[in-house]
Design a protein around this ligand. Structure first.
Ligand code: MEV
Length: 438
């Protein structure tokens, strides 16, 4: 029977598993076995994973694959990707190899500014608040000196603090809009610590400001938090080549291909239904590298999709054009990433992934991730506008179906051979498997 539980977090790991197994499963032994099957034999390593979050009962595996041959600004990278979707790594690898013989990816970091806010309420005279803010700004900065000192040594810190009047949107609502440079860290903890101190200082200084009325002195801090919308933490990735050079086995008429490809991008630029799926394809590449490098994919997702709507309509993140006989395909996305701090020094596979990427700076990682996103988008659009997406998808998915039915080695070989020249569908695989098993 389902039931509420109190003090769950205080139970031991075994007790937690026992409670879950007894509460939700008719066969508790089986459930316990499944959860424990994924424990690591190395107890130290398991403890490390246990402590990443609260109430850990098991480890949830996702495959980690490598997409080699990413030529980015004339350097080759093998890109680690963590993802469950069967075709993503294959598509990235294929697109990377394709572009490696056509000049590779050209990437640039446009800016690296992070943002956070102290959201507060002030009831009173706006000009007085502005005068007060200008007067205490140096003290605000001074008050976070102990937090920012290390970051400043590395060349980062607070870039600026601006007072923003939001009262036309929400009564009495103001912000301290704070911009940061967090160098190689994603900087969430650093930013939030700074913001909370700034909020405390703001409140204190207001209480002692002689020109404020009693009401004005009483600023209400609503919250202090970084923003995952980082439109000024922006990276660009581009591929380009002569139209004729687009030709390959499946692109017999490169001019026709280029036109249709650009049309597909234009559709995603004006049609939100298509833009969401188009951008989802970009995020297949982005998220997989973000995850492999221990970065926060929810933050990246939220920020990227907000950026895709920056002009008021949700639109494509990538663009394409032909200029003087040259095909250009590019994207610009905001990416707040870190290569130090967070999980980067803790999770052994994250450390390894960063080593495979030759220990990139955050700016280098932004460029690699953007290239992975563009490669993924290119692969999807190439399939969509030529053979259709299902050919490649179902070929990759064939393995999943075979695994689901626990196909033997012989069955696999025979079925894989059959589908080299036939269209894969779930039903047709099952049918063939059943006929082999008769
Ligand atoms: C599937 O994960 C991603 C695609 O749908 C992207 C796209 O349609 O561009 C293939």
């Amino acid at each position: 029977m389902n039931q509420a539980v109190s003090g769950f977090s205080k139970l031991s790991k075994d007790e937690k598993i026992n409670w879950i197994a007894q509460t939700y499963f008719s066969n508790p032994e089986q459930a316990t076995h499944t959860l424990k099957q994924y424990w690591n034999n190395d107890q130290k390593l398991q403890q490390l994973h246990d402590e990443f979050i609260e109430n850990t009962v098991s480890n949830f595996y996702l495959p980690m694959g490598i997409a080699p041959n990413f030529l980015i600004n004339n350097t080759y990278y093998s890109v680690p990707m963590v993802i469950e979707e069967s075709s993503v790594v294959a598509a990235a690898a294929k697109a990377a190899k394709y572009w490696s013989t056509r000049g590779g990816f050209k990437t640039t970091v446009i800016n690296t500014e992070k943002i956070g806010h102290v959201h507060f309420l002030f009831t009173g005279n706006h000009e007085k608040l502005t005068t007060f803010f200008n007067q205490i700004k140096p003290q605000l900065l001074q008050s976070v000196q102990s937090i920012t000192a290390n970051m400043q040594k590395r060349g980062g810190g607070i870039i600026d603090i601006v007072l923003v009047d939001k009262t036309s949107d929400l009564q009495n609502y103001y912000q301290l809009h704070v911009t940061f440079n967090t160098i190689d860290s994603m900087g969430a903890n650093f930013i939030n610590s700074c913001l909370e101190q700034l909020a405390t200082t703001l409140k204190q200084k207001a209480l002692n400001y002689e020109f404020f009325s009693e009401e004005e002195k009483n600023i209400t801090i609503v919250m202090s938090i970084l923003s995952n919308y980082v439109p000024n933490c922006l990276v660009r990735a581009e591929v380009s080549c002569k139209i004729e050079d687009l030709a390959e086995k499946k692109i017999e008429n490169p001019h026709e291909f280029a036109q249709k490809f650009i049309q597909a991008v234009k559709i995603a630029e004006i049609e939100p239904y298509r833009a969401v799926t188009h951008n989802k394809g970009i995020m297949n590449g982005v998220d997989a590298v973000v995850l492999a490098t221990g970065n926060d994919f929810r933050a990246v997702e939220a920020g990227v999709h907000a950026y895709a709507s920056k002009n008021g309509n949700y639109s494509s993140l990538s663009h394409a054009k032909i200029e003087n006989g040259i095909f250009h395909f590019w994207l610009e996305i905001p990416l707040a990433l870190g290569t130090v701090g967070g999980l980067t020094a803790l999770h052994p596979l994250v450390k390894l992934a960063l080593e495979i990427l030759q220990k990139p700076s955050a700016q280098q990682l932004m460029q690699i991730v953007a290239a992975a996103g563009l490669a993924q988008n290119f692969a999807a659009l190439r399939s969509l506008t030529t053979t259709g997406i299902q050919e490649g998808h179902m070929k990759m998915h064939l393995n999943n179906i075979l695994n689901q039915f626990q196909a033997t080695k012989e069955e696999r070989q025979s079925i894989q051979k059959h589908f080299e020249n036939n269209t894969v569908s779930h039903a047709s695989v099952v049918e063939l498997l059943e006929s082999l098993r008769k």
